[in-house]
Design a protein around this ligand. Structure first.
Ligand code: PGA
Ligand code: ZN
Length: 409
């Protein structure tokens, strides 16, 4: 019998639907959550957002507009495409958008779809997301498992008091993630006691990334508390200190305005060199200069060759900018934030380039986070140098650590 209504058989790997809705992030701000369906399989991703964003990040549209773009433009174009062709999906997103920075669809719309597709593809292949990423990345490892960059004292744009420096981290020097997590959590407990000796209950708050906020007067004080907490904690490994200076946040157009001092680029380097001289274990420093001050990065790295100098606002996970930073000898590490660049393929391209040049990749959350734990899969699947996910006591941050611990088991 002839069946006039018979359509082409649907491939078992074809995207059958893409749905999107508005949800709230950890700052109670609206953000996008996307689900890519492939028959009975699906992948969902909720997009994070930054407070101290780099100027060259892709554009995030208001969540409602991003949802509209997904429903009206992206879904009709991608339904029917193979979920297993990540490169084609991400190329399509660029083509549909037509700008260099996802200004028309929204980088948040693009990334939501891109990551949800990665997760759905893993499900179709009956792989864990990190295993599927490993097949997409196909590049020799940078580490056995990522080191944890744990931000325990919040400042700058992520806090309402204290130092202008944005992050004060501990980094347990081990690629055993269970040990690293145990040590970081123990240091956090010791730190709580240290801070309670110095400050009243009312003075101690919790910042955007779950770390403590304290009304410190100097740039040095938070590192002193961290160094003391690390020394007083029983750890089976060395514990380094790290910092995201986020220098853009105190750049005033013609100079840096830091802790009551007006500094030019060389002056800021001198000030930070003095900080490092006081804390020999402070060996990871992110954004020690502003995003337009590549020279400041190069000077700081030349002065501190043993320090991992990490670009974030400078590089915005962008392979072209990374190339320039490498040529300028500006960095020895890079923060990887998928929502700075908008797709999984672009994120992996940046990481590949970094690996080729021995630039350490630190996959990172954003200050406005969701319960999504994709970055743990990304960090483990690429076997990158580090994972930066905030203080383990905040639920959106803990979700990432727990996922990493489960994967590594
Ligand atoms: P953001 O902060 O998410 O607010 O940009 C994180 C960082 O600067 O590393
Ligand atoms: Zn940063």
């Amino acid at each position: 019998m002839f069946n006039f209504f018979r359509t082409q058989p649907v491939s078992p790997t074809a995207i059958t639907d893409i749905t999107a809705r508005v949800v709230q992030d950890s700052r109670r701000k609206p953000t996008v959550s996307v689900t890519v369906h492939v028959g009975a399989h699906s992948g969902t991703f909720s997009v994070p957002s930054g407070a101290s964003t780099g100027e060259r990040e892709v554009v995030a549209l208001p969540a409602k507009e991003a949802v509209r773009a997904i429903k009206r433009i992206i879904a009709p174009a991608l339904i029917g495409c193979s979920v297993l062709d990540q490169a084609a999906i991400d190329d399509q997103l660029h083509e549909l958008d037509g700008t260099a920075n996802f200004a028309s669809l929204g980088g948040n719309a693009a990334l939501g779809v891109s990551v949800a597709a990665t997760k759905a593809a893993a499900s179709v292949k009956e792989l864990e997301t990190w295993e599927y990423i490993e097949t997409l990345f196909a590049t020799p490892a940078q580490a056995k498992a990522p080191r944890l960059f744990v931000n325990l004292i919040n400042g700058g744009a992520h806090a309402d008091r204290g130092s202008q420096i944005q992050e004060h981290q501990v980094i347990p020097e081990t690629d055993n993630v269970h040990e690293a997590f145990r040590v970081a959590s123990a240091v956090q407990r010791t730190l709580r006691d240290v801070l309670h000796e110095e400050f009243s209950d009312a003075d101690i708050g919790i910042g955007d990334e779950g770390g403590f906020m304290v009304p410190t007067q100097t740039l040095e004080a938070p590192f002193r508390y961290l160094a003391r907490a690390a020394a007083e904690t029983e750890a089976g490994c060395a514990v380094s200190l790290g910092s995201d200076v986020a220098a853009c946040s105190f750049w005033q157009g013609a100079h840096y305005e830091l802790a009551g001092q007006s500094l030019d680029s060389a002056g800021l380097t001198t000030r930070l060199n003095a900080l490092l001289a006081q804390f020999p274990t402070l060996t990871y420093v992110e954004d020690p200069a502003g995003e337009h001050d590549t020279e400041g990065f190069s000077r700081f790295l030349a002065d501190n060759p043993a320090c991992t100098v990490i670009g974030d606002d400078l590089t915005t996970t962008n392979p072209k900018i990374l190339e320039q930073a490498i040529a300028a000898r500006a960095i020895s590490g890079i923060i990887i934030k998928p929502n700075q660049i908008g797709t999984v393929s672009d994120t992996l391209a940046t990481m590949r380039l970094a690996y080729q040049h021995d630039v350490r990749c630190v996959v990172s959350h954003r200050s406005g986070e969701t319960m999504d734990d994709f970055i743990a899969d990304l960090a483990y699947g690429t076997k990158c140098f580090g994972l930066k996910a905030g203080a383990p006591t905040a639920k959106e941050r803990l979700a990432k650590y727990q996922r990493l611990l489960t994967i590594a088991q």
